[in-house]
Design a protein around this ligand. Structure first.
Ligand SMILES: Nc1ncnc2c1ncn2[C@@H]1O[C@H](COP(=O)(O)OP(=O)(O)O)[C@@H](O)[C@H]1O
Ligand SMILES: [Mg+2]
Length: 193
């Protein structure tokens, strides 16, 4: 997937100016930068949730997209399992395995509204990973997870989506090694917006 000379402003204030970058298949690319630098804006443009003011987005053959959004975006009154069932066509057995692999109870009718922040985050991660998309966007996916849970979640993502274009948005450089990042787009290096 490639973006070319992308520009996006909000109310006349430029957020992305001439942003060009390639996101290789089968690798994790980190999108780094301090808060407010346009990381989420970039991935929303790539997902088609925002329209660029200028520039192009070339999926380079990628057809399906999944995302862990910056917010969990769960169905609050439903269980973890039902949240996954609604979103993905994965067989029940694999849904159970995914929940267990992420340290979540596999059979639990508790609505996710009663889950902790870290548990909710893991449900959002499972949902995106099980979608098995060509492009997997992860916008601060490990927020609220302790170091051990981060490692488990990162291994889960890498083992289930080895061939995807993986895009990890973070302001924490330490997450790069967890996700075996070789390719970095640092929006913090761009000139001040
Ligand atoms: N829908 C919007 N309307 C107006 N301003 C926005 C909107 N979305 C983002 N912004 C602004 O754009 C800048 C970049 O935001 P964002 O992409 O969320 O940054 P990051 O994800 O790097 O923290 C911020 O100043 C933010 O306030
Ligand atoms: Mg953001």
């Amino acid at each position: 997937m490639r973006v070319e000379r992308l520009c996006k402003a909000f109310e006349g204030k430029p957020v992305l100016t001439d942003c060009s970058f390639s996101f290789p298949t089968g690798e994790t690319t980190a999108v780094l930068g301090p808060s407010g630098r346009g990381k989420t804006t970039l991935v929303k443009l790539m997902l088609g949730l925002l329209r660029p003011d200028a520039g192009t987005i070339d999926p380079e053959g990628a057809k399906t997209f999944a995302a862990v959004f910056q917010e969990d975006r769960l169905m609050e009154h439903l269980s973890a399992r039902k949240n996954l069932r609604l979103a993905v066509s994965t067989p029940d057995q694999q849904i159970s395995e995914a929940l267990t692999a992420l340290g979540l109870p596999a059979r639990d009718e508790t609505p996710v509204s009663q889950y902790s922040g870290g548990m909710r985050r893991r449900v959002a991660i499972a949902r995106a990973v099980l979608a098995d998309a060509d492009v997997l966007i992860l916008d601060e996916p490990f927020k609220g997870l302790d170091p051990a849970a981060r490692e488990v979640a990162a291994n889960f993502i890498l083992s289930h989506c080895p061939r995807a274009v993986r895009i990890l948005v973070t302001h924490d450089g330490a997450e790069k090694s967890l996700m075996q990042v070789k390719n970095v787009l640092d929006l913090g290096m761009a000139k001040e917006a």
